[in-house]
Design a protein around this ligand. Structure first.
Ligand code: NAP
Length: 482
């Protein structure tokens, strides 16, 4: 039995003008339809944008502490529904229960964090060069923010855009990913119940290529925040900047963990396995390259293969690693496995669809390890959005660092080492927006900036923490003589 979900526009739960819907299936059991959503049209998107624009001035004038109160109340409601939200996230996206529960908690924490920020917004006061003059800055909302989000963190990413946008007084239109839109609509439900005025948030479901244009190009949209693939993000960036919008895009990755000669191979293998196979490899920060010093290479590979083979695969509700989100995503992973074999890499773990009754019908794929990978192979250069780790052997630290940087992406990078100088050189020279020492590439704190280098980001504004507020505010400088 599936639920029927509507768009949230101007404070009403409405059907699309298309009269059409689409179904979201459970990737662990595709014959089960989890929910039915509106296939929205451009007109639906226009109405959403115009609703947001109509109340922008009023919401901007609402005192920050009051905006924060609404966010905090919504956070409490989300907390009350944590189990329900986790079940929905597992059913639509497929990730393991513990991962889904952690993600829902992250969304709750984000709401509380930015609720506090809303009450604490302000500018700076400076000493004026002129007698009897106050010189200070204030931060104002940008206006209408259009948010477009991916399926892989379907509640955390909408939350980390929505909460700072609302906290700073912007009105919002949100388009969640079509593969897992349910939990984003639940954010709207919580905000509505918390007293968010009509029109301040509008959520429209349906195909990105249909709704996207209005979100990116409508005159009333002032800022576009996009997270998703580099391919789509680069188009969004070009189109939105052409229209004079403020734009932020956070995109794909090809994240390395360098395993130095001083590393304990077992510890390094655990770090790489957690980073590479966690969330079924479907994190933008997932480790997809292990760049390993020759002195620890053999032992590291044995340990990593052991970990890959011991992962408990099955429906996310009961198992350690859930399915990929869709047939298309699994096919893409399997295609990359084929390409890697064709290029001469050696498969030492996984490489296919697991066998067994519990994984018979879902989009499951085995944790996969390739060795004999050279840095120029496609498996070492292109984002593979599944649990696949390519192991590259290097003979010294400088070679490892060069390989780590020799990709077009630059999202997250880590090193496993006991050598303090090496660790610091890696921090200085790694071309990535997130750099970690003796840590997996995945996992972020919500109160520090997040964003990529190179093709992983537009490199315009960072998300999360105080930096997350900057994208949604514009500074005004006041010269007040008396
Ligand atoms: P995607 O295919 O690029 O889609 C992202 C969003 O864009 C979806 O809501 C999608 O809608 C929408 N969209 C598609 N075509 C569009 C168009 N022409 N105009 C406007 N919007 C459009 O990415 P995904 O498969 O959902 O997510 C996986 C990717 O996101 C990976 O590459 C991953 O690395 C990246 N990611 C990056 C970060 C980060 O912070 N750097 C975080 C998470 C994920 P539909 O769903 O309807 O197609």
């Amino acid at each position: 039995m599936s639920e029927y979900k509507r768009n949230y526009v101007n404070g009403e739960w409405v059907e699309s003008k298309s009269g059409e819907t689409f179904d979201v299936e459970n990737p662990a059991n595709p014959s089960e339809v989890v929910a039915r959503y509106q296939s929205s049209t451009e007109d639906d998107a226009t109405e959403a944008v115009e609703s947001a624009a109509a109340v922008a001035a009023e919401w901007a004038a609402t005192p920050g502490p009051e905006r924060g109160r609404i966010l905090r109340s919504a956070g409490v409601l989300l907390d009350d529904r944590k189990d329900e939200l986790t079940d929905l996230l597992v059913a639509e996206e497929g990730k393991a229960y513990a991962e889904a529960s952690g993600e829902v908690q992250r969304a709750i924490d984000i709401f509380h964090y930015f609720a506090g920020k809303a009450a604490d917004l302000g500018g700076t006061i400076k000493c004026s060069s002129t007698l009897n003059q106050n010189l200070y800055t204030v931060k104002e909302p940008v206006g209408v923010a259009a948010l477009i989000t991916p399926w892989n963190y379907p509640i955390a990413i909408p939350a980390w855009k929505l909460a700072p946008a609302l906290a700073t007084g912007n009105t919002v239109v949100l388009k969640p990913a079509s593969l897992a839109p349910g939990v984003a609509l639940e954010l709207a439900r919580a905000l509505e119940e918390a007293g968010l005025p009509d029109g301040v948030l509008n959520v429209v479901t349906g195909s990105g290529s249909t709704i996207g244009s209005e979100f990116i190009e409508h005159d009333a949209v002032d800022a576009v925040s996009f997270t998703g693939s580099s391919e789509v993000g680069e188009i969004v960036y070009e189109r939105a900047t052409k229209g004079g919008k403020r734009v932020q895009t956070e995109l794909g990755g090809k994240n390395p963990t360098v395993v130095a000669s001083s590393a304990d191979p077992a510890e390094a293998a655990t770090i790489v396995a957690n980073g590479g196979f966690g969330t079924t490899g479907q994190s933008c920060t997932a480790c997809s390259r292990a760049i390993v010093h020759e002195s620890v290479y053999d032992e590291f590979v044995d340990e990593l293969v052991d970990r890959a083979k011991s992962v408990d695969i099955g429906p996310g509700a009961e198992h350690e690693m859930g399915p990929q989100v869709s047939q298309g995503e699994r096919d893409s992973t399997l295609k990359y496995i084929e390409i890697a074999e064709g290029e001469g890499a050696t498969l030492v773990a996984g490489g296919g669809v697991p066998a067994g009754a519990k994984v018979e019908s879902g989009y499951f794929v085995e944790p996969t390890v390739f060795v004999d990978v050279s840095p120029d192979m496609r498996i070492a250069q292109e984002e593979v959005f599944g649990p696949v780790v390519a192991v590259i052997e290097v003979s010294d630290f400088d070679g490892g660092l060069a390989v780590a940087n020799d990709v077009s992406y630059g999202l997250s990078a880590s090193i496993v080492t006991d050598d303090h100088a090496e660790a610091n050189r890696f921090v200085d020279e790694a071309e990535a927006g997130v750099v970690k020492v003796n840590e997996k590439t995945t996992g972020l704190e919500l109160h520090v900036p997040f964003g990529g280098f190179k093709r992983s980001s537009s490199e315009t504004w960072r998300e999360q923490g105080d930096a997350g507020l900057d994208f949604y505010t514009i500074e005004k400088t006041v010269y007040d003589s008396y």
